[in-house]
Ligand binder design. Sequence first.
Ligand code: PMP
Ligand code: GLN
Length: 387
Amino acid sequence: MTKAFQNDFLKSKLPSTSVSIFSQMSTLAEKHQALNLSQGFPNYPTSEQLIGLVDHYLRKGYNQYAPMPGVLALRERISEKVERLYNCQADPEREVTITSGGTQALFTVIATLVNFGDEVIVFEPAYDSYAPAVEIFGGKVVPIRLVAPNFDIDWEEVRAVINDNTKLIIINNPNNPSTKTLKKEDLEALEAIIQGSNAFILSDEVYEHIIFDGRKHLSMLAYPKLLERSFIVASFGKLLHTTGWKLGYAIAPAALMAEFRKVHQFNVFSANTPIQWAIADYLKNADHYLGLPDFFQEKRDLLVTGLAASRLEVLPSEGTYFLLVNYKQISDSSEFDFARQLTIENGLATIPVSAFYSAPKEQHLLRLCFAKDKDTLDKAIELLQKL
Ligand code: PMP
Ligand code: GLN
């Protein structure tokens, strides 16, 4: 291709951003044919019934634009789900919008709310898409750093940084990568802190159904005082083991959702039609999501039990399909160096947790994804036991 036109008008919006750590580690895994427990995605097939439904709607000709807010039948199903689980009445007509994945929903919420100079509180370690999206719209990220092993939020610290410019607080529960879940006291503290402030809440709940040991997911949808200023984001990629389909949704009170949709319609307009119809049918059976905690807990326990015979220290995994391990008994290398070395020399790709912090933070921690078939987990355990 020809040389790029260059002048000073192209000012990068993200001058210090490079390829995401998930892409980096998956590429490295492929190059070295390493077992890939880095990027979070299942390596087993999704349901045959669901694939059959997608096939059915493709062939039946549901191949043109969906309505801008999404297929109504699917919005109705989501509304039934949140009523059943969180006792929340979300109007499918006005308060639920189907998106092209959780990432697009997150981006659209940030685009809807954040103006130049607005401050956005982000808890670290943080999922990688939050801060760049805030910066693209001229917002200022205010990081609050949480540390291993507990990653507890000190709500007084939050109170201390909230000011009149605080537009948004981003919460991720259950949390990727810490795996922590918020407790009732956390939500009560948040509720007390934001009274009288201008702040909205972006609640990333994409792992709402991947939660362990009998814990109950505490959604913003169940807390009316929080919900009145919240956008809740979910992902069908996690719910249906289909990260490649890039479908998700957002829920918010009608007035907030009306603003979200103004941006959404010019961002993607609408999401994939036949898959929306298929999911609307598939979710008539609630067992498809109610069974997820047991399904993933079995995988988590297999990995935790296998690693008991290794020199890795395993941190408790409360939710998500990730497990954090501390390798300080094995190496003093930085997390990034150790993750690279493990991929290239030992054949196992993981994610260095330092990648989720905006300023350097080394805790000898790696994140392993256990949304994998038994054979892959067994092989990973064997490799890790040898370290
Ligand atoms: N939020 C978090 C915390 C995630 O881990 C992910 C993806 N793994 C997303 C959002 C994005 O979801 P999607 O793949 O549906 O875009
Ligand atoms: N959410 C996935 C993870 O945490 C990655 C998604 C992506 O690659 N953008 O691994």
